[in-house]
Design a protein. Structure first.
Length: 564
């Protein structure tokens, strides 16, 4: 497995200091704690690479732990997909696939301890009443009228909650901290709510479920995690993390926050991604336009390219938006080194070489990868009738157009130099066929007399090429920040109507016909493509474009200066 060289960052500096002081007995133990309520996305990949990388580099341990505390939104499908994604990215959790739900009894017992210590109480306020009591950052909150319940009454009510004797929403268990605390998170936060719902692993065993802030630190403590690494939105929750562990007097990991990944021209909210799937804006969680790990994998991204991307953007303390071209460059750089070259024509225009023998077929030798001498060469059939890209011909060319145009010579990749002569048009005046002549002395593409040919285009033999389905993908959103909308408008209004183009009439050189699902190639001059692992069949690959050959985002920004 290709592992990027680790870069120094503030988290590594904290760990280095802890190791030097002997804190945690010289151990490093991290975890990745997803909620199984959706598929993982590229933002989760950053956390996986960070946490598993720290454990690997410091010869520690890495846990995959599911925070399955909300049965109304969690499914086994999501558990299975998360396990697959973490393994694919190289997260080595060994046999430690852990679940918060396995700790429910311990969490309940600890909560009862706080009740009996006078540090937690059962509250009957409605959510709306609780919000009104909470106060504001500049004004203290107001004590719940149920805050003064006796320890005995709270213990009895909490036990009734546990036994299922009280209906959903009738009450909650809250920590008794300080309703005037400057940090609103510390103003008597909810620890448990009642929810009579089947759990994907526990079934009907429980009808009260812990809130994340209560469960998070307990899970870390049970697993003896040393460094609990979270994204910045949990920074204000760290005092509560510490309060719970200190109030219980149990093993206390250290919570550290870092900036989450925000990627341009996409959304990384699970709620919004679920909405895109549920409302059929995409074909599923693994749609290659989605920023999910399964979507990126189906588009043709490699685990190593995503690890390289995460290493490149680094770890910071401040949120920012990473441009999508940084992610694209990571896979482009890898495929430039590794992907074999082939020729394919997406929008075919037929050319006929009038002076080429009608029944002759030659095998041209083409280089598989110019940057890899060991990649070798392949044979490509060449005949009198070929297909080229429609865009490679202009009857009336614009300035500095060096491809095929009447009276101008152009090089056919790995074959001959040809000169364009006449054209055939249909009734509407569209060019349907171009007639050329070739120079037999230029086999291989070079002129022996040294004349310079400025243009080189790709081609396929019409008699030997096979038709293939090709999907061209673009960013799912046109705006850099899709959530940048005026009041009353929705992020989906910024969806890119051209995010997917399906071409059913592409032609590929015959060597690609037997490309197995999962094959990565470069279509010369067109981009890097991936044989779809779901839709490709024997002798019938379906190619997804992973990324273009060059970064086009700078040009897009110049054309659309108002797009953010």
């Amino acid at each position: 497995m290709e592992i990027p060289e680790p870069k120094s960052n503030f988290i590594r500096e904290i760990i280095d200091a802890d190791l030097a002081s002997g804190k945690f007995g010289g151990r490093v133990h991290t975890r990745f704690p997803p909620e199984p309520n959706g598929y993982l996305h590229i933002g989760h990949a950053k956390s996986i690479c960070l946490n598993s990388g720290l454990a690997r580099d410091y010869k520690g341990k890495f846990n995959l732990r599911f925070d399955d505390t909300n049965p109304s939104k969690e499914e086994q499908e999501y558990v299975d997909s998360i396990v697959e994604d973490v393994k694919w990215l190289g997260g080595d959790f060994e046999d430690r696939i852990l679940f918060a739900s396995d700790y429910f009894q311990a969490m309940y017992d600890w909560a009862m301890k706080l009740v009996k210590d006078g540090k937690a109480y059962v509250c009957d306020l409605t959510p709306e009443e609780m919000r009104r009591h909470r106060g504001t950052p500049s004004e203290p909150g107001k004590d719940s009228p149920f805050r003064s319940r006796s320890i005995e009454e709270n213990a009895a009510l909490f036990e009734r909650m546990r036994k299922g004797e009280l209906p959903d929403g009738s009450c909650v268990l809250r920590a008794k901290i300080d309703m005037a605390h400057p940090n609103l998170t510390m103003r008597d936060p909810v620890m448990y709510r009642i929810l009579h719902a089947d759990h994907h692993r526990q079934g009907k065993a429980w009808c009260i479920y812990p809130m994340y802030d209560w469960a998070h630190g307990l899970e870390d403590s049970i697993e003896r995690v040393t460094h609990s690494i979270c994204t910045l939105e949990f920074e204000n929750h760290r005092p509560l993390y510490d309060w719970f562990l200190d109030a219980l007097g149990i093993y206390h990991p250290q919570q550290i926050e870092f900036a989450r990944l925000n990627l341009s021209n996409t959304v990384l909210s699970k709620r919004k991604l679920l909405e895109l799937v549920r409302d059929n804006h995409v074909s599923g969680w693994d749609d290659p336009r989605m920023p999910t790990i399964s979507g990126l994998r189906r588009r043709g991204y490699t685990a190593s390219s995503i690890r390289a991307f995460c290493a490149d953007i680094g770890v910071a303390r401040f949120n920012s938006i990473v441009d999508i071209w940084v992610l694209e460059n990571a896979i482009r750089n890898e495929l430039n080194r590794t992907a074999p070259r082939f020729m394919a024509v997406l929008r075919p225009l037929k050319i006929v070489i009038d002076n080429y023998p009608q029944d002759q077929v030659e095998e041209m030798e083409a280089v598989n990868n110019p940057g890899d001498p060991e990649a070798g060469t392949r044979k490509v059939p060449f005949s009198r009738e070929l297909y080229i890209e429609q865009d490679d011909f202009k009857e009336v060319p614009p300035p500095k157009f060096f491809r095929m145009t009447p009276g101008q010579e152009v090089r056919l990749r790995s074959a001959y130099i040809v000169r364009c002569g006449s054209v055939v048009k249909d009734a509407a005046g569209n060019v349907t066929e171009v007639h050329c002549t070739y120079d037999p002395a230029t086999r291989g593409g070079d002129a022996p007399d040294g004349r310079k040919i400025k243009g080189t285009i790709h081609w396929v033999s019409a008699a030997h090429a096979f038709p293939a389905r090709v999907r061209l993908y673009d960013a799912l959103f046109t705006k850099r920040d899709p959530d940048d909308v005026e009041e009353g408008h929705d992020y989906k209004e910024n969806m890119n109507p051209g995010s997917l183009e399906v071409i059913d009439s592409a032609y590929c050189e015959p060597a690609l016909k037997d490309a197995a699902a999962g094959t990565r190639v470069q279509f010369e001059r067109l981009g890097y493509f991936f044989a779809d692992p779901k839709d490709s069949g024997p002798g019938a690959p379906v190619f997804n474009r992973t990324v273009t050959l060059k970064d086009t985002w700078a040009k897009i920004a110049q054309k659309k200066p108002s797009a953010k």
